[in-house]
Design a protein around this ligand. Structure first.
Ligand SMILES: Cc1cc2nc3c(=O)[nH]c(=O)nc-3n(C[C@H](O)[C@H](O)[C@H](O)COP(=O)(O)OP(=O)(O)OC[C@H]3O[C@@H](n4cnc5c(N)ncnc54)[C@H](O)[C@@H]3O)c2cc1C
Length: 533
């Protein structure tokens, strides 16, 4: 058993921002960060484009950034939250720079600001095309120097502990569900441990792995959302999955797809179909710089019309030296598979990229469960809602990592006692005899989500998805009851829950709005609401 003061699940930008601040505020208290992989194996590390923030007050303004965010969110954003993130974000970026993150500058020493789809001004700070890697590096280095933070790597959190675990009936109507820590499988000792804490923060990231093609690494299995749902907490707007329009298409290569950031289109890259035609003007006046949902649907439509598995991104007319300077990682990756961007077009197709919905939180990062906070991609704060404006998510993760810290350090003072928590119960379980049962179910899940619950949806497809999910859920629950828990089984179980939540929310939304596009309802309702489960 481990006892800590503050427990953080996740070592991406949200978790580490919060951990650092809490630890600095209370140097005599213990902060424990748990992560299921290497410390830096996070969605954060793979962010390319950058972090949005108003830094050039001559050309840009908070109002413009707020307005761009509200337009992307398609009527569902909480304006108060948008204002908080845009205005407070500037201070968070400043802190990140103080912690050592470096962003590109121009020859005058000013920040070289990028522009992405949906932004009316140049306001994206970036570090070449590996911004996330640079931010994660700076955060990990700073956190590692903080003596009262312990990082436990390779430790898979299975469930949050609530009253349910010591015999109380907890339902959706229970108003005082409380989190006392987590049960976690230490992958080095193979022991399931309880980690008890007065305050827990979930910063478990996204859920792209629910789909067959995703830009997300293998850790992105929606664990935090599934845990909160099982614990009877509130989950919101899961139907809004952002598909990145331009992941590198590699025939026969599955798993995490390499992202071609839309900053490439910001710098002049043009999408072309099978016939070499630039097609975006047929779909939107903003052409290649239209918001991601519009570009992703346009690509989906061109692929269907032409019967192809990808379209092309044409960068041949761009300045090669500038391209290599701004996008060295993309240039190298393309070259490694025989594509010289100065001579060849890049094959691209859409891939699941970002989850706008998640664990419902208030303006201080509090969830509906007491002593439990959430921040980063696993949270639904009110910022993105129907669609995320590019490069707003790293900003949101920092703002709510900070806000959760401000609230948690006050809440901490009020918590005096911890109930008796039972050990993890392994009675009646055995080691899995056939891993194929897990891997096959995962393939089925990813396929059905991609085919039935992708960029374009219909009622019939959603109904089919739900029926198939039901069967997968029953089979997996049977397996779970009789099998010693493993990360593979835990993740499959979580992904089935997340898929169920995506489909359920999609079925409730009887309109097409933002990222949710259902051809049975090609209209927007006059009054639209967030869907909370
Ligand atoms: C390819 C790519 C490019 C992107 N580009 C941009 C961009 O340019 N700008 C932008 O703003 N956003 C971008 N994003 C989105 C952004 O990177 C993420 O939304 C953000 O980094 C999420 O941070 P986080 O802290 O919430 O989670 P993450 O960084 O994903 O961290 C999640 C952490 O939780 C841990 N974890 C999860 N489940 C468990 C469990 N059961 N037990 C223990 N640990 C667990 C993981 O191990 C990991 O440490 C991009 C995303 C991707 C994938």
């Amino acid at each position: 058993m481990i006892k800590t003061d503050f427990l953080v699940i996740g070592s991406g930008i949200a978790g580490l921002t919060y951990a650092l601040k809490v630890a600095q505020r209370y140097p005599d208290k213990q902060v424990t960060v748990v992560t299921k992989a290497h410390t830096d194996e996070t969605n954060t590390k793979y962010a390319q484009g950058g972090i949005a923030g108003v830094t050039d007050f001559e050309k840009d303004s908070f109002e413009k950034h707020i307005n761009d965010t509200l337009i992307a969110g398609d009527g569902l954003c909480n304006p108060k939250i948008v204002e908080i993130v845009v205005k407070e974000g500037v201070d968070r970026i400043r802190e990140l720079i103080e912690w050592g993150a470096q962003f590109d500058k121009d020859s005058d020493g000013d920040y070289a600001l990028g522009k992405e789809g949906g932004h009316s001004e140049f306001r994206i700070l970036h570090h070449k095309d590996v911004t996330g890697r640079e931010m994660e590096r700076a955060l990990v280095e700073t956190v590692t120097k903080q003596p009262n933070i312990t990082i436990i790597k390779h430790c898979f959190v299975i469930d949050i502990i609530t009253q349910h675990h010591f015999g109380f009936l907890v339902t959706k109507s229970t108003t005082d569900v409380t989190c006392y820590g987590v049960y976690a499988l230490n992958l080095e000792t193979r022991q399931t441990e309880k980690i008890l804490a007065k305050i827990t923060l979930l910063a478990t990231g996204g859920n792209g792995q629910v789909y067959r093609t995703t830009t997300n690494p293998s850790i992105a299995t929606g664990d935090g959302v599934a845990m909160v749902y099982r614990a009877k907490g509130r989950i919101e707007n899961m139907e809004f999955i952002q598909f990145h329009p331009t992941a590198l298409y590699e025939a026969g290569v599955g798993g995490q797809a390499f992202l071609i950031t839309e900053a490439v289109r910001g710098d002049g890259g043009i999408l072309r179909n099978k016939h070499g035609e630039a097609f975006m003007d047929k779909y939107d006046d903003r052409k290649d710089l239209a918001p991601r949902d519009i570009v992703a649907r346009a690509i989906d439509s061109e692929m269907k019309i032409n019967g192809t598995e990808h379209v092309w991104l044409d960068c041949r007319h761009m300045d090669k030296e500038k391209f290599i300077h701004h996008f060295p990682n993309i240039y190298e990756k393309c070259l490694s598979i025989g594509i010289d961007v100065a001579k060849n077009m890049i094959p691209v197709s859409p891939a699941a990229h970002y989850s706008c919905g998640g664990i419902k939180t208030n303006e201080w990062g509090r969830t509906s469960i007491q002593q439990l906070y959430a921040a980063g991609e696993c949270a639904s704060t009110g910022l993105h809602e129907a669609n995320r404006l590019a490069s707003n998510s790293l900003l949101e993760a920092m703002v709510f990592g900070h806000r959760a810290y401000l609230d948690a350090v006050e809440e901490f003072k009020k918590i005096n006692s911890q109930p008796e928590i039972p050990d993890w119960d392994t009675k009646g379980t055995n080691h899995p005899r056939e891993m194929i049962l897990i891997t096959q179910s995962l393939k089925e899940l990813q396929l059905l989500m991609s085919d039935y619950v992708g960029i374009v949806r219909t009622d019939v497809r959603l109904q089919r998805a739900m029926k198939r999910l039901d069967l997968l859920w029953q089979e997996t629950e049977d397996l779970y009851k009789t099998t010693t828990v493993s990360p593979q089984l835990g993740e499959l179980r979580n992904m089935i829950s997340v898929a169920y939540l995506i489909v359920k929310c999609a079925q409730f939304r009887k309109e097409s709005r933002g990222l949710h596009f259902n051809t049975d309802y090609l209209f927007k309702n006059e009054i639209s609401q967030n869907i909370i489960l």
